[in-house]
Design a protein around this ligand. Structure first.
Ligand code: CP3
Length: 341
C-alpha cells in the first residue's frame, strides 16, 4: 500500500494525478446504502463487521475511488466510554446521559479498546475484501468535537453548553478532553494494528472556537494524540472545519496531511505550510449539486492551481450531503481519474 497513489501523495511524493476520496463517501447519497440501512439500525451496521465491510465497499465498487474509509462513526468512542448513544431517524445522534458535571466526567471509562474490538474485526474483513487494491483509511473524532456531543447530548448549532464549560469551568473541560484524548490514542493505534493504511482525525466543529480557545482546548490535544500514534508508513491526516484559519497551528502537530475546508485558496495554504505537509481538499461539496460542466470546470481549475505542488489529495471541504446526485459524484471521480498533470 505504500506505493498506492493516495499514500504516496500523503507523504508528499509526486503522483501522475491527484488521488481522490470523499468524506462521507460511504453513506446516504447511494441507494445501495439505503437498501442496507432499511434493514438494520446505524449502530448495528457499525457493530457488525460484515455489514460495516459491505458499506465501506460500496463507493469502492460503485465509484472506483482511490481510498476506502472505514464505515463507522466518531461517536463510537464516547459510547464505549459510557455515553448512552442512539441515532433516531432525522434527529441525528443523541446521548441520553449528557456530561455536565465533574462526577459525570469521573464516571467515564478510559480503558475501552476491548469494547471497540468490532472495529478491529471490521478492518480485517474490509482488508480481505480490498485485497490490496487501494488503501483503507481509519479515523477517530478529535477530543473537542467528541466532547461537544457528550456535553450537548447531541448535535448543536452554537455549542453553547460546551463553550460555557470551556469558559467557566476550564478544569472540567481539560479533565474531559484528557480522557477522550487517551481513548483516541489507544483506539487509533488499535486500528493501525488491525491493518488500516492511513488515519484521519476529524475535528469537525473546531470552527466554533476562537483562536486561543482552539489552541488550548483542541489543538493541544491533537498534538498529543498525533505524537503518540504508531505511524511508520501510516500517514496521519488532520481535518477540521476552520482549517483555512487554523492550518498554521495544525501544522505544529506534525500531521502528514492537513485537510482544508473550502474557504481557503488551497495553493496559498499549501505554500504557507512547512515542506513535507501535504494538503487534502477542498472543493465546496455544493459544487456536486451543479451541472456537470461546472463540476468539471471547478475541479480542473483546482488541479491547474495545484499542478506544481506534490502532496495533494483531492477531497471535498467537508462531507458529501445525502441528497447530492450519485451520478454527479460518479462523474467527478471519472474526470479526476482521467486527468494527468
Ligand atoms: O466518511 C465516511 O463515509 C465514513 C463513515 C463516517 C460516518 N460518520 C458515517 C455516518 C464518518 C467518517 C463519520 C464521521 C462523523 N460522524 C463526523 C465527522 C465527520 C464530519 O462529517 O464532520 C461527525 C461530526 C459524526 C457525527 C454524526 N454521525 C452525525 C452528526 C450524524 C447524523 C447524520 C448527519 O446529519 O450527518 C451521524 C450519523 C452518520 N454517520 C451517518 C453515516 C452514514 C448517517 C446515519 C443514517 O443512515 O442515518
Amino acid at each position: 500500500m505504500r506505493d498506492s497513489l493516495l499514500i504516496r501523495a500523503a507523504f508528499s511524493e509526486k503522483t501522475e494525478r491527484p488521488p481522490v476520496w470523499m468524506m462521507r463517501q460511504a453513506g446516504r447519497f447511494m441507494k445501495e446504502y439505503w437498501e442496507i440501512k432499511n434493514k438494520y439500525s446505524f449502530l448495528e451496521m457499525c457493530k457488525t463487521p460484515e455489514l460495516a465491510a459491505d458499506v465501506t465497499m460500496l463507493p469502492v465498487d460503485l465509484l472506483g475511488i482511490d481510498g476506502a474509509i472505514l464505515f463507522s462513526d466518531i461517536l463510537v468512542t464516547p459510547e464505549a466510554m459510557g455515553g448512552d448513544l442512539s441515532f433516531g431517524a432525522n434527529v441525528g445522534p443523541k446521548f441520553s446521559n449528557p456530561v455536565r458535571t465533574m462526577a459525570d466526567i469521573d464516571a467515564l471509562e478510559i480503558d475501552v479498546t476491548h469494547k471497540l474490538q468490532y472495529v478491529a474485526d471490521a478492518i480485517k474483513v474490509i482488508q480481505q475484501r480490498l485485497n490490496g487494491k487501494i488503501p483503507l483509511i481509519g479515523f477517530a473524532g478529535a477530543p473537542f468535537t467528541v466532547m461537544s456531543y457528550l456535553v450537548e447530548g447531541g448535535s448543536s448549532k452554537d455549542f453553547k453548553l460546551t463553550k460555557l464549560m470551556l469558559h467557566n469551568h476550564p478544569e472540567m473541560a481539560h479533565r474531559l478532553l484528557s480522557k477522550i484524548a487517551k481513548v483516541t490514542v489507544d483506539y487509533l493505534n488499535m486500528q493501525i494494528a488491525a491493518g488500516v493504511n492511513a488515519v484521519q482525525l476529524f475535528d469537525s466543529w473546531a470552527t466554533a472556537l476562537a483562536w486561543d480557545d482552539y489552541k488550548e482546548f483542541s489543538h493541544n490535544y491533537n498534538v498529543d494524540i498525533i505524537s503518540k500514534l504508531n505511524r511508520k508508513d501510516i500517514p496521519v491526516i488532520s481535518f477540521c472545519k476552520g482549517s483555512s484559519v487554523f492550518a498554521p497551528l495544525m501544522a505544529e502537530a506534525k500531521p502528514d496531511v492537513i485537510s482544508i475546508d473550502w474557504n481557503a485558496d488551497l495553493l496559498n495554504i499549501k505554500q504557507s505550510l512547512p515542506k513535507g505537509i501535504a494538503v487534502q481538499g477542498n472543493l465546496d461539496p455544493h459544487i456536486l449539486y451543479a451541472d456537470k460542466a461546472v463540476i468539471k470546470d471547478r475541479i480542473y481549475k483546482l488541479f491547474d492551481r495545484m499542478k506544481d505542488e506534490p502532496g495533494f489529495i483531492f477531497n471535498l471541504g467537508h462531507g458529501i450531503m445525502p441528497d447530492i446526485p450519485f451520478d454527479n459524484v460518479k462523474y467527478a471521480v471519472e474526470i479526476i481519474k482521467e486527468f494527468r498533470y
